[in-house]
Design a protein around this ligand. Structure first.
Ligand SMILES: [Zn+2]
Ligand SMILES: [Zn+2]
Length: 142
């Protein structure tokens, strides 16, 4: 892959560049209740990428959540506008979890898995071709 992808928070204070050395590790939609509350809508959509392919400037604030008992993920948001920015943490070593809505162009994103499908809101329709998992799919659960 030779493209370079850029993105930012809503106010523009946090900017990032994603230079893919390979395809994303996973592209997922997550229906878990944490993602619903954090995004303020029905689900989060993310690409999981090698952290080495990602660089960001601007100030974020962080807090930790458990994706499973004892597995900590760090959520980050712009200190000015609160936009949900890239996540990382010991639950996902070497991986950055990028919310795709922060990309300047997210039209190329192709979700391959739906996480925590049992939590899907009855009014949130997605393509049935996107595989459903009760929790995190194996590619994420490593
Ligand atoms: Zn911002
Ligand atoms: Zn989630």
């Amino acid at each position: 892959m030779s493209e370079i992808y850029k993105g930012s928070c809503l106010c523009g204070a946090v900017q990032y560049v994603y230079r893919p050395s390979r395809e994303p590790i996973a592209t997922v939609v997550c229906h878990c209740l944490d993602c619903q509350r954090y995004t303020g809508t029905a689900f989060g959509t993310y690409i999981l990428i090698p952290s080495d392919d990602f660089s960001q400037t601007g100030e974020v604030r962080s807090f930790e959540t458990e994706v499973a008992p004892g597995r900590i993920n760090q959520r980050n948001f712009c200190v000015t506008c609160g936009s949900h920015m890239a996540e990382y943490g010991p639950a996902f070593p070497g991986i950055t979890i990028l919310p795709v809505g922060t990309l300047d162009d997210a039209s190329w994103i192709k979700p391959a898995a739906q996480c925590f499908a049992g939590r899907t809101q009855p009014w949130a329709y997605l393509n049935d071709d996107i595989r459903k998992f009760d929790a995190l799919p194996p590619i994420v659960e490593r």
